[in-house]
Design a binder for this molecule. Structure first.
Ligand SMILES: *[C@@H]1O[C@H](CO)[C@@H](O)[C@H](O)[C@H]1NC(C)=O
Ligand SMILES: *[C@@H]1O[C@H](CO)[C@@H](O)[C@H](O)[C@H]1NC(C)=O
Ligand SMILES: *[C@@H]1O[C@H](CO)[C@@H](O)[C@H](O)[C@H]1NC(C)=O
Ligand SMILES: *[C@@H]1O[C@H](CO)[C@@H](O)[C@H](O)[C@H]1NC(C)=O
Ligand SMILES: *[C@@H]1O[C@H](CO)[C@@H](O)[C@H](O)[C@H]1NC(C)=O
Ligand SMILES: *[C@@H]1O[C@H](CO)[C@@H](O)[C@H](O)[C@H]1NC(C)=O
Ligand SMILES: *[C@@H]1O[C@H](CO)[C@@H](O)[C@H](O)[C@H]1NC(C)=O
Length: 386
């Protein structure tokens, strides 16, 4: 049973309803039915699944995609994912006052989100990803204090991310990736005791990353392909549960902070294609690698496409044995490839092409039995490959 279903069952059982509410049920079912029929009227084309299924001849509780509470028989979930539906979202959905879960993802819904959805005070899950919704992310979303999962990626939302989102005081997952959002990331996003996943990738967000003041549950932070600039703040270490940090394809500059090494649970670090450097102007060692040796679950390091320069330190061999991917192409790397790299025995992919590496290819690479991809072209390496 997935999270969704489990949740619905639990809540359906606990929403109180005494024997008295039978009469009320009939009236309210008509109320829900009215809202759903209005919704159906907005869906274009006779081919849609709802056309012959959502008919007044049966109870809404038997309609496809509709779940009702066990006792009160009100609509608690509307799951119309991947039904090839085309249309706008009518304000009437705001009348489904017992709704816990609304999933309209992977359809062709367009237009703005009607403000009446802000009346759905019981809502826990809102999934609208992969549609063509547009307009701004409405600030009234903040009224939906029960929402745990807000997924609205792959739409055409514009404007800024409203501060009020943080008023969703139970929010665990926020995904607004693949939209056209601009402006700065509101600092309140990094002051949340509930957020576990923040996905704001592939937007047009700009400015500095706000300080991470309080993010005790944050595990996944995906901000790639935006226009974010400034340093990667040391306060990133406050997100102590972080497993995935993806900041690639932005305009970040300054040194890669050694504080990353305090993220003990880090598994994936991707900071491709920025303007990051290593160490200080005088210290060109890849000192961030020494701090990353503390991250014992690290699987991927991607630093390609940054003007890091410097040399690979011998303690690259101290990185976690769990490391599988090391991407460092186009980094202006100099000097030799240290033989200690051979200590990374679980490496699947080593990418060091388009650098200024010289000397011999270390024999220890030949001992890396799991290696499936080795990219060394466009360097000044020599000698035999053993
Ligand atoms: C509508 O779909 C549901 C679920 O697939 C099905 O049980 C029900 O019989 C259908 N109703 C009609 C009127 O086709
Ligand atoms: C449901 O909502 C719509 C629009 O928000 C409203 O006009 C309508 O009166 C409501 N329906 C009922 C039955 O209350
Ligand atoms: C958050 O909700 C509180 C009431 O719960 C309200 O006073 C406050 O203005 C809201 N904040 C924002 C930013 O909407
Ligand atoms: C973080 O949030 C708490 C409560 O929500 C608030 O009191 C505090 O001022 C916020 N801190 C910052 C730095 O925004
Ligand atoms: C972590 O957050 C606190 C505020 O909660 C802040 O004072 C501190 O500077 C932050 N840590 C770092 C390394 O910035
Ligand atoms: C790397 O590991 C060796 C052997 O365990 C240790 O002596 C050395 O201090 C480590 N270096 C770094 C930078 O962690
Ligand atoms: C790391 O590699 C060096 C050189 O290949 C070797 O001497 C050393 O024993 C290795 N250390 C570990 C911990 O595997």
């Amino acid at each position: 049973m997935n999270y969704n279903t489990c949740f619905q069952l639990l809540l359906a059982l606990f929403i109180p309803c005494s024997g008295l509410c039978w009469g009320m049920t009939v009236r309210n079912l008509n109320f829900d039915q009215f809202a759903l029929l209005e919704f159906k009227d907005r869906i274009a084309g006779p081919q849609n699944v709802l056309a012959n299924n959502w008919t007044a001849s049966t109870s809404v509780c038997n309609w496809i995609g509709v779940s009702c509470g066990i006792l009160h028989k009100r609509v608690i979930a509307l799951n119309l994912k991947s039904m090839n539906l085309r249309g706008s979202i009518p304000p009437h959905l705001g009348n489904l006052s017992f709704l816990l879960s609304l999933d309209l993802s992977r359809n062709h819904f367009y237009g703005h989100l009607p403000k009446e959805l802000g009346q759905l005070h019981r809502l826990r899950i809102l999934r609208l990803s992969y549609n063509r919704l547009n307009g701004e992310i409405p600030s009234w979303l903040g009224n939906l204090q029960g929402v745990r999962r807000l997924r609205m990626k792959n739409n055409n939302f514009i404007g800024t991310i409203p501060e009020t989102l943080v008023n969703m005081s139970n929010l665990e997952i926020l995904n607004l990736g693949f939209n056209q959002l601009s402006g700065q990331i509101p600092s309140s996003i990094f002051n949340s005791t509930t957020l576990e996943v923040i996905g704001l990738y592939d937007n047009k967000l700009e400015g500095d990353l706000p300080p991470i003041t309080n993010a005790p549950k944050l595990e996944i932070l995906l901000l790639w392909r935006n226009k974010l600039s400034g340093n990667i703040p040391n306060s990133i270490s406050n997100a102590s549960m972080l497993k995935k940090l993806e900041l690639s394809r932005n305009l970040f500059s300054g040194p890669i902070p050694k504080m990353l090494g305090s993220l003990k649970h880090l598994e994936v670090l991707k900071i491709f294609d920025n303007n990051l450097i290593t160490g200080s102007a005088t210290d060109h060692e890849w000192s961030f690698l020494s701090s990353l040796t503390n991250c014992r679950n690290l699987r991927k390091i991607g630093v390609s496409g940054n003007p890091l320069s410097g040399v690979l330190p011998t303690y690259i061999g101290n990185l976690s044995k769990s490391l599988q991917y090391f991407y460092a192409d186009e980094c202006e790397l100099q000097g030799i490839i240290p033989m200690e790299i051979g200590n990374l025995t679980n490496l699947l992919l080593l990418q060091l092409d388009y650098n200024k590496l010289s000397g011999l290819i270390p024999a220890s690479i030949g001992g890396m039995r799991n290696l499936q991809g080795l990219y060394l072209s466009s360097n000044k390496l020599g000698g035999p490959i053993s």
